[in-house]
Design a protein around this ligand. Structure first.
Ligand SMILES: C[C@H](O)[C@H](O)[C@H]1CNC2=NC(N)=NC(=O)C2=N1
Length: 97
């Protein structure tokens, strides 16, 4: 299983993840993506869902019109792991594509 990152390691990883922040009150990272319209937002979710399923690592997320609020944590590890960092990177790449 992936190892839970320390607070220091988490901060370091966030330095390389544009737009991602610590989630207040819990060990998780989050980002709110804003798109042009609902179609773009849902397209992002569709592509990200396929990556997540392939990784067997799934986001907590909420879509309202053209925004998608994402929170990533590894529940099995009780915090943030390399899997969350990898999925966050993939989501950033998908959002830019
Ligand atoms: C059995 C299965 O592999 C686990 O439940 C996986 C599935 N997806 C998951 N996704 C996330 N975000 N955290 C997990 O701990 C997790 N565990």
């Amino acid at each position: 299983m992936a190892e839970r990152l320390s607070s220091e390691a988490r901060k370091q990883a966030l330095g390389g993840l544009a737009g991602w922040n610590e989630t207040p009150g819990r060990e998780a990272i989050g980002k709110t993506f804003t798109f042009k319209d609902f179609n773009e937002a849902f397209g992002f979710m569709t592509r990200a869902a396929l990556v997540a399923e392939k990784m067997d690592h799934h986001p907590e997320w909420r879509n309202v019109y053209k925004t998608v609020e994402v929170v990533l944590a590894t529940h099995d590890a009780g915090g943030v792991t390399a899997l969350d960092v990898e999925l966050a990177k993939a989501m950033n790449a998908i959002a830019k594509a």
